[in-house]
Design a protein around this ligand. Structure first.
Ligand code: NDP
Length: 255
């Protein structure tokens, strides 16, 4: 085994990725599979394309349908993972949405939808996974998807619900890290800056043009540029890292 495999290899591990049908989740699922993990991918509409891509590269993956806002659906998905893969070592808790709207124009239903999917959805998945890990004495790693928007108010778009959901995820992560430390379960969050995915590329060009001068790197990140941080958090090399938030944003929050 190479030194890099020793530090970051995931052979024999089982990983769950939510929102892996496209965007960041798709690329991270492929990265986890390349590092040796068997990957179960959860989304509302299926992840056949991601699964085919991973299998074509010699990796192991399968798709499960679940809406992360439904405890029942998430429990059923985890039961599916356990009956097929017999373990759950890593969770990349990534499914999320964003609505850009002035606060005075946004309806309360839009606030609820964003908080429900992003914050409560990640809580439901983390809680279900934590229960499995504690019952089975698995010293697992849960990686919650936050955002730089959990630390700064990035402009010029208004997205109070999104920012609040991501700030909540960062502190939920710290809370679970402390609560589950006695079980050897590590809980961390990842906070990307602007990353080129269907979520960000669908935003109007004038908005994306406004972002560029505010990003010290003057470009959006690629989803591939998040893989290293996720492998670090997933693997044993981060055995003493818990409750941390890793910001990968081309220095946006520093500027
Ligand atoms: P995409 O819109 O490209 O992908 C989102 C994924 O989440 C899809 O696979 C979607 O699948 C899934 N999803 C959405 N809602 C649910 C739900 N209720 N239940 C299950 N799955 C769901 O987004 P990104 O890849 O850009 O974003 C992924 C995560 O990264 C999000 O949490 C986002 O907030 C975060 N992030 C993104 C940044 C960016 O610039 N792109 C920056 C910082 C953070 P389906 O519709 O089939 O369910």
């Amino acid at each position: 085994m190479s030194y890099v495999d020793e530090l970051f290899g995931l052979k024999g591990k089982v990983a769950l990725v939510t929102g892996g049908g496209r965007g960041i989740g798709q690329v991270i699922a492929a990265g986890l599979a390349k590092a040796g993990a068997e990957v179960a991918i959860v989304s509302r509409t299926g992840a056949d394309e991601t699964v085919k891509k991973i299998q074509a590269e010699g990796g192991s993956a399968y798709s499960l349908i679940a809406d992360v806002t439904s405890e029942k659906a998430v429990d059923a998905a985890l039961a599916g993972v356990l009956s097929r893969s017999h373990s759950l070592d890593i969770v990349f808790n990534n499914a999320g949405i964003c609505i850009h709207k002035d606060t005075l124009e946004a309806g309360i239903d839009e606030w609820r939808e964003v908080l429900d999917i992003n914050l409560t959805g990640e809580y439901i998945v983390a809680r279900a996974a934590g229960r499995v890990m504690i019952e089975r004495k698995i010293k697992g790693s849960i990686i919650n998807m936050a955002s730089m928007s959990g630390s700064v108010v990035n402009v010029p778009q208004w997205q109070a619900s999104y920012n609040a959901s991501k700030a909540g995820i960062i502190h939920m992560t710290r809370s679970l890290a402390v609560e589950w430390a006695p079980h050897g379960i590590r809980v961390n969050s990842l906070s990307p800056g602007y990353i080129a995915t269907p979520m960000s590329v669908d935003t109007p060009q004038e908005l994306r043009d406004a972002w560029m001068p505010l990003i010290p790197f003057h470009r959006m990140g690629k989803p591939e540029e998040l893989i290293g941080a996720v492998l670090y958090l997933a693997a044993d090399s981060s055995g003493y890292t818990s409750g941390s938030d890793i910001i990968v944003d081309g220095a946006y929050v520093c500027a």
